[in-house]
Design a protein around this ligand. Sequence first.
Ligand SMILES: C[S@@+](CC[C@H](N)C(=O)[O-])C[C@H]1O[C@@H](n2cnc3c(N)ncnc32)[C@H](O)[C@@H]1O
Length: 196
Amino acid sequence: MTGLPWDASYRDGPAPWDLGRPQPAIVRLASEGGFAGAVLDAGCGTGENAIHIASLGLSVLGVDVAETALAIARAKAGARGIEVEFAAADAFQLERLGRTFETVLDCGLFHSFDRDERPGYVASLASVTEHGGTLHVLSFSDDGPEIGPHPVSQEELRAAFNPSSGWDVAGIEPDRVQTRYHDDGAPAWLATIKRI
Ligand SMILES: C[S@@+](CC[C@H](N)C(=O)[O-])C[C@H]1O[C@@H](n2cnc3c(N)ncnc32)[C@H](O)[C@@H]1O
């Protein structure tokens, strides 16, 4: 979104997506029981979503490639007295974690990958999601005024997450992604995807 490498996005003040609070769509999803068991937040940034989910009593691992973001996330969790694990990991090689999760969150990561990168990412997610587990993807959508950067269509989500890649899309609902540049957020899809 900034054109900077990921870690650099976090070095000079908050990145455009870094609200300093969890995404409202994720807060609502959590209040509706959307998270269960061990939770992975892929591309957790400075950890607001992971910290929020952990504050509800769940075991959460947040991973990111940006060490600066992870350091900020650990400091925030510590200051708030909430136990959350943060680790450096590449979303394309999640199997290296050697762990599996009942619920996985992707808040703003899928839409940052090019079409040709998606199969590798989707396979990596499948390698760490328990069969019967749930993946939540909140991405910018291509539907509506003032669309955000890297919008994706429902069709692109369904093409990436299909039975041959180990997934079944349970639902895709219109939502909003808040950013520091959109007063009322930008159009988004909130996809609920089951690991089969
Ligand atoms: C748009 S930001 C969203 C951050 C966070 N989920 C949030 O909602 O604030 C995308 C995040 O994914 C991370 N990221 C990008 N490529 C990654 C990769 N291959 N593996 C892990 N994290 C990655 C970036 O460093 C960045 O923190």
